[in-house]
Design a protein around this ligand. Structure first.
Ligand code: AMP
Ligand code: ZN
Length: 114
């Protein structure tokens, strides 16, 4: 998708701070961090969001989850813990229509989920 912000990040057209990369996924620092550690994990393939995962392979979806766990461990969050957030659609305030998992950690997070 040519006009997708995260597709442009994957292609390198828009710079990002790379945290991790493999064949299927890319992880980079969020530009407006909401915690001391705030990383986004995305599929390299353009998938718009949760509403589109029905059409995606189990391999890709499981791989995304595994990548989040690998990145959290790599960034030293495994013992202290972390939160995975993924927003879908307007009520959740999804602003970028390319599927992404937020990894938040590095401090004790709010007890509130919403
Ligand atoms: P969401 O609101 O769940 O769609 O999350 C989109 C996230 O992308 C937000 O946390 C933004 O801060 C982040 N973001 C937007 N533009 C960039 C960028 N150029 N580089 C890194 N993160 C970005
Ligand atoms: Zn995209």
């Amino acid at each position: 998708m040519n006009d997708c912000l995260f597709c442009k990040i994957i292609s390198g057209e828009i710079p990002s701070k790379k945290i991790y990369e493999d064949d299927l996924t890319y992880a980079f620092a969020d530009i407006a961090p909401q915690a001391p550690v705030h990383i986004l994990v995305i599929p390299k393939k353009h998938v718009t969001g949760w509403s589109a995962v029905m059409g995606e392979s189990d391999e890709l979806l499981a791989h995304l989850m595994r990548t989040a766990a690998i990145v959290a461990k790599q960034e030293g969050l495994e013992e202290t813990g972390y939160r995975i957030v993924s927003n879908c659609g307007p009520d959740a305030r999804q602003t970028v229509p390319h599927f992404h998992l937020h990894i938040l950690g590095g401090k004790e997070l709010s007890e509130k989920m919403a």
